[in-house]
Design a protein around this ligand. Structure first.
Ligand code: ARG
Length: 354
């Protein structure tokens, strides 16, 4: 019974870390065992689920933002099962998490083996392939955008069209729902010194809400469990807008800066990267939308490491993800190894449903 072992490990972890009495632990263990023997699975209490989701964040090896794992707001939505209601709850998540810019790390957990959210993130931009093979919008969304169109969605063909939410319940046809504009907070990008920057008409959405990953707690897998933190600036400025296979904006920015793009050794890419990232941080801050720069995030991660050490826990991590894509060697993370062992509870990738 593999589920039983995992369940026992998690229930023990929950009771010990929360310093709950031993007799209550024993009682709960018996209950869980009985439930598993009888039905092949068990049901977490809301408190167990909430704690599991938090520890799953603590165990997320790729995440530099783990200092705040205990502050995760957990919405137990296991009672919600039809598409319309799920859509309502996702809108509630977006509104609560966005909090008018003062972003609250939040997760909404739906019933296992019932619900799938097809989106990669609750709010994300569409990508459209042009006749000549070029892409308008986010190339990372190409296949999902095609699926939305197949379902009857009509995109505007723009650089920053927010995709609809696509919700599937059991084996029914997935349904798509347009997110009302009022729910979508975006930040127009400008630069503290370069006035021409606004001519680029760039923007990004405020809250990254990952909806494609599954949450595993004590042997139970929650396939629909969208979660969010706030952005680290480099995710937008050094990856989403900069990667050649994403928005590929370094040549455009460098050109505007008047840099010599014909010579690698002019470091035009590096200089354009810094200014693009400056614009992201400056704009989010000016609009009072939560964001963290990579230096501060690394310092916070150092505090997380110290906290874990004090709690007698080993920090696991994925070095290749933890180092920021901009100036990695200026952070302490670059200069030490991390053990990438995967602990449970945790978040992980799952098969794409389309
Ligand atoms: N890297 C992803 C993006 O740029 C978001 C991943 C989650 N990020 C976070 N800060 N919680 O959209």
């Amino acid at each position: 019974m593999p589920m039983l072992n995992e369940a026992v490990d998690f229930i023990k972890l929950y009771y010990t870390e929360n310093k709950l009495p031993k007799d209550q632990l024993d009682k709960r263990l018996k209950e869980v065992e009985k439930e598993i023997m009888e039905y092949g699975h068990y049901t977490h209490t809301s408190d167990e689920l909430a704690y599991g989701a938090k520890v799953a964040w603590r165990n997320s090896n790729k995440c530099i933002g783990r200092l705040f794992w205990q502050s995760l707001q957990v919405k137990d939505q296991r009672a919600i099962t039809d598409e319309e209601m799920i859509f309502e709850k996702l809108l509630e998540h977006i509104e609560f998490a966005t909090n008018n810019g003062k972003i609250r790390p939040t997760i909404s957990v739906f019933e296992p083996q019932k619900v799938r959210i097809w989106n990669h993130q609750l709010i994300r931009y569409a990508g459209y392939e042009q006749g000549d093979g070029s892409v308008i919008g986010d190339s990372d969304s190409l296949t999902f955008t095609r699926e939305c169109i197949k379902l009857g969605w009509q995109g505007n063909g723009g650089q920053f069209d927010v995709l609809p939410l696509v919700i599937q319940v059991e084996n029914r046809e997935p349904r798509f729902f347009e997110i009302p504009k009022a729910y979508i907070k975006e930040v127009p990008l400008r630069h503290p010194e370069f006035t021409w920057f606004t001519d680029l008409h760039l923007k990004w959405y405020a809250v990254p809400m990952i909806s494609s990953m599954k949450l595993e707690v004590g042997g139970i897998t929650y396939e629909a469990a969208p979660f969010n933190g706030w952005y680290m600036g480099t995710e937008i400025g050094a990856r989403n807008l900069a990667d050649e296979y994403r928005y590929n904006l370094l040549p455009v920015v460098a050109e505007k800066m008047g840099l010599n793009t014909s010579s690698n050794s002019s470091l035009w890419k590096d200089r354009a990267l810094v200014e693009l990232n400056t614009a992201v941080l400056y704009s989010f801050k000016e609009d009072s939308v939560s964001i963290v720069d990579h230096h501060t995030a690394a310092q916070q991660f150092k505090r997380f490491e110290a906290n874990e050490e004090s709690a007698d826990r080993k920090v696991t991590g994925n070095w290749t993800w933890l180092i920021p894509p901009l100036s990695p060697a200026t952070t302490h993370i670059f200069h030490k190894p991390y053990d990438n062992t995967k602990k449970s509870p945790n978040y992980s990738y799952q098969n794409i449903p389309y």
